[in-house]
Design a binder for this molecule. Structure first.
Ligand SMILES: [Zn+2]
Length: 101
């Protein structure tokens, strides 16, 4: 970044690398965040994108689990109905058998 006052290249402050120093004007300027020297931290938009992807994947995972829960509950209900019907049929068959005996 260049000094907005005299146009000379700013020296990055040794105390705080987010500041640029102009030795000609003896002034300190806040540098734009992408010019910070923290090279190990990815730019903000990339970080936000990956965070969003992780969040979406997590949400998808939860939704899949929800669907599995619903189908499992349905299966249990169907199984319960089948058992009740089966018992009813046996009861009716036994009743008919006893009635006509
Ligand atoms: Zn300057």
């Amino acid at each position: 970044m260049k000094c907005p006052h005299c146009g000379k290249e700013l020296a990055i402050s040794k105390k705080d690398s987010s500041y640029g120093l102009c030795h000609t004007c003896k002034k300190r300027y806040k540098l734009p965040s992408q010019q910070q020297t923290y090279s190990n931290i990815p730019p903000k938009h990339i970080r936000e994108k990956s965070e969003r992807t992780i969040r979406e994947n997590y949400r998808n995972m939860l939704e899949i689990e929800d669907e599995e829960d619903v189908s499992e509950t349905k299966d249990k209900v169907i199984l319960t109905i089948m058992i009740i019907l089966f018992l009813l049929i046996i009861a009716v068959a036994a009743y008919i058998f006893l009635f006509f005996k």
